[in-house]
Design a protein around this ligand. Structure first.
Ligand SMILES: C[S@@+](CC[C@H](N)C(=O)[O-])C[C@H]1O[C@@H](n2cnc3c(N)ncnc32)[C@H](O)[C@@H]1O
Length: 267
């Protein structure tokens, strides 16, 4: 089979993958039959999963706009995904053309496509990295080349921490970021939580994700909140993504199973 030219060498197209499944749910084209089938199976198990992806992406955009509005000009977006509508540099630079963005992802398709669309861009780049190894990310030459750690930086962890098991300490990336950055920096995240009523549908989706390289690890609101210890939650706190500074023009269905928070380092 001839693969499209955007497929980096060595990519396994026989196993579904979180980055490409998410790309498909958002209407992107960087996915394979196995990813599309996965997304359709998940949608059958839990109707609404496509809307959930769109709601997460919309929250990402609102969070970036809020951060730019509060003076942030630097973004480290880990688990950034395959570029699609509303990429962080586009949202940030629409208001602040000087905003700088480093995208980081573990997935080779996400990194290759990001680097492709950012080639020659002076204020945005993409690197391969694993949030379980934060020192490699924070010490990466392209991160140090683009981001100034003497100025506030926003760490974005959108819909990614729930792909990392407790044993791999997903919170350590936030602690290392805290140590490396100045007061006035921020962490913005979204994270899946278990449905209030035990849900076969949610369990079916989790079992589907066990077939991918990154299984899903839902956490309670208290566990998510604990990852932000030492930071100050900005209003409205840790809330469903659709309740975080909702766009009054948008009538999204509520999404109680993914929480959002933006938290500031220092007072
Ligand atoms: C659901 S997508 C979210 C994309 C984007 N952050 C958003 O919210 O629109 C999750 C992304 O996290 C990436 N990912 C999963 N585990 C990761 C890890 N340990 N380190 C870095 N990226 C990871 C996946 O490859 C995927 O691109």
């Amino acid at each position: 089979m001839t693969l499209p030219e955007w497929v980096p060498d060595g990519v396994d197209i026989t196993t579904p993958n979180a980055a490409r499944v998410y790309d498909y749910t958002l209407g992107g084209f960087h996915n394979f039959q196995v990813d599309r089938q996965f997304a359709e199976d998940a949608q059958r198990a839990w109707p609404g999963i496509f809307q959930l992806a769109h709601a997460n992406r919309a929250y990402l955009g609102r969070a970036v706009q809020w951060l730019v509005g509060h003076g942030v000009r630097q973004f480290l977006d880990i688990g950034s995904g395959i570029p699609t509508l509303g990429n962080v540099h586009e949202v940030a630079q629409a208001t602040a053309p000087d905003a700088r963005v480093v995208y980081v992802d573990i997935d080779p398709v996400a990194v290759a496509h990001s680097r492709h669309i950012l080639a020659g861009h002076p204020n945005a780049t993409a690197i391969s990295g694993d949030l379980r190894r934060p020192d490699e990310i924070l010490g990466h030459e392209e991160v140090l080349g683009l981001l100034d750690f003497s100025q506030p930086i926003a760490l974005l962890l959108m819909a990614v921490l729930h792909f990392v098991p407790d044993a791999d300490e997903p919170g350590q990336v936030i602690r290392r970021f805290d140590e490396a950055t100045v007061s006035g920096s921020y962490v913005a995240l979204s994270h899946g939580i278990p449905a209030k009523v035990p849900s076969d549908a949610q369990e079916e989706v989790r079992s589907l994700y066990r077939r991918t390289p990154t299984s899903v690890h839902l956490r309670s609101p208290d566990q998510v909140s604990a990852m932000l210890d030492g930071f100050t939650l900005v209003q409205p706190g840790l809330v469903p993504i659709t309740d975080w500074h909702p766009d009054p023009e948008d009538d999204e269905a509520p999404q109680p199973t993914v929480l959002a928070a933006v938290a500031r380092k220092g007072a």
